[in-house]
Write a new protein. Sequence first.
Length: 216
Amino acid sequence: MSLQLRVYVPPHPLIKHWLAVARDAATPSVLFRSAMTELGRWLAYEAIREWLPTVETTVQTPLAECPATFINPEAPLVVVPILRAGLALLEGIQTVVPLASVYHLGMARNEETLEPICYLNKLPAQFNPETRVIISEPMLATGGTIVATMQELTARGIDPSLIRIISVVAAPPALKRLSAEYPSLMIYTATIDEIVNEQGFIVPGLGDAGDRTYGT
Ligand SMILES: O=P(O)(O)OC[C@H]1O[C@H](OP(=O)(O)OP(=O)(O)O)[C@H](O)[C@@H]1O
Ligand SMILES: O=c1cc[nH]c(=O)[nH]1
Ligand SMILES: [Mg+2]
C-alpha cells in the first residue's frame, strides 16, 4: 500500500475564530500572539488524538477501584519549534503536552532566493528512534524551511511517520514537496491557501508570521 500525505483542517469554530483574528491586518502584535497561542493549543489537541501512547491501570476512587488510562510518561515526545514564528504556537502546544522536551531550530529565508539558512540548531546528535515529534511551523509556503527541518530530524534518527506538523497556513508548493519526500507525514493546519506569490508570501495568508508576532 503506497503512503499518502495526510493534511487535516479541523472544522472547529475556535480554530476558525483565531485564524480570522490572525489574518486581520488590523490585529496588533499582542492579540496576534494570543491568536497563535490559541491556534497552537487547539491544533495540538487535535494532533495528539489517538496518537499519544497511554498506559492502562486502575485507580482507587473514594468509592471503589476502577480502570484508568494515563498518558505514558515513558514514551519519548518532543516539540521542535522553528524560530521565530514557530515560537508563537509553542505556548499553546505546551499547555497540551506539558511534559514534552523542546528542541529549538532557528531558520530564516533569504529574502531574494527564499532558501532557508539554519542559524540555531539545538537538536541532539541522535534521537531515540521511537521519539514522537511535533513540529511547530505556522507557515508552509515554498516548503524550503520544512524540508530542511525534516532533513535535520531524519538525519538524527527520527522516523517521519512519528512526526506531526502543526501549521496555521499551508500552501500547495510546500504540501507537494512534503508529499513527494515524506508521504508518511501528518499535518494539522488551520487552513490551506492556494497561492504563494513571487516574494514567497502566502496569499491571502496572514503576512510575515515572525514579524507580526514580534512587532518587527
Ligand atoms: O515554506 P517557506 O517558503 O520556507 O516559508 C516558511 C518560513 O518562512 C517564515 O520564516 P522567516 O524566514 O520569515 O523567518 P521568521 O520566522 O524568523 O520570520 C516562516 O516562519 C517559515 O519558517
Ligand atoms: O506568507 C508567508 C510565507 C512565509 N512566511 C511567512 O511568515 N508568511
Ligand atoms: Mg518571517
